[in-house]
Design a protein around this ligand. Structure first.
Ligand code: DX5
Ligand code: ZN
Length: 225
């Protein structure tokens, strides 16, 4: 599976979102990661559909909307209408998981499912065949610039093994603490979609930052990293 880099706008300058997006476009980002937080599912607040809609016209990059909100079922349509291409819900937040996944499918968008560091893979194994993205949280969601949790690696490896063995056509993503230091290990575990906030927007040269992440991924895969 191809390595995909998804800059997380959580670490961007929200006053200059359009320019911030332009820079990662130049760097060859594959998609944009929007972190939506409601102050309940996670102890922080960010943007909602109206901000996402405003930026939709300004770029052709696909939008991955990561919903860190309670009862996401209620808001799916709004995020689809705002321009989300891949909508990711949290397994811990869905009252009716299968219902949420199938309504996303019916709305014609790609279906993502995230799981928190403590949530076992068993919570999503039954629906892995229905996903376009499985997003393994490698920090506790809520804030950028946290330390990567190595305790999530066995779960990631297990997910990677299943994706490989069954040839599942989904992206296996990691989110939180992803940097040139942690990339080699996560790609070896099977991740191919790398969400990175601080490692890109915390750097002055975003083009270089993306290139370094990609190189670290390729080195990891070739056994050098
Ligand atoms: C965590 C968010 C992440 C976060 C990653 O709550 O879901 O997308 O922005 O930021 P870094 O890469 O700084 O850990
Ligand atoms: Zn995220």
């Amino acid at each position: 599976m191809r390595i995909k880099i998804a800059p997380s706008l959580l670490s961007a300058d929200f006053g200059r979102l359009e320019e911030e997006i332009r820079e990662v476009e130049k760097g060859g980002a594959d998609l944009l990661h929007w972190d939506v937080m409601d102050g309940h599912f996670v102890p922080n607040l960010t943007v909602g559909p109206s901000v996402i809609r405003c930026l939709r016209e300004r770029t052709d990059l696909p939008f991955n909307v990561h919903l860190m909100i309670e009862t996401p079922e209620k808001y799916l349509r709004r995020f689809v209408e705002a321009g989300g291409d891949i909508i990711t819900v949290h397994v811990e937040a869905c009252g009716n998981l299968r219902g949420a996944l199938s309504s996303l499918r019916r709305m014609g968008v790609k279906v993502g499912l995230a799981l928190n560091p403590e949530t076992p893979l068993g919570a999503v194994e039954g629906v892995m065949g229905e996903l376009d993205l499985l997003l393994v949280m490698t920090v506790h969601p809520g804030f950028g610039n946290q330390r990567f949790l190595r305790s999530t690696l066995p779960k990631l490896r297990r997910a990677g093994r299943r994706v490989r063995e069954e040839g599942l056509p989904l992206d296996l993503g990691v989110d939180g603490g992803i940097s040139v230091e942690t990339v080699p290990e996560v790609v070896r575990a099977g991740a191919n979609l790398l969400v990175a906030g601080t490692a890109i927007y915390g750097q002055r040269d975003r083009v270089l930052a993306i290139r370094r992440l990609r190189e670290a991924a390729l080195e990891g895969l070739s056994g050098k990293g």
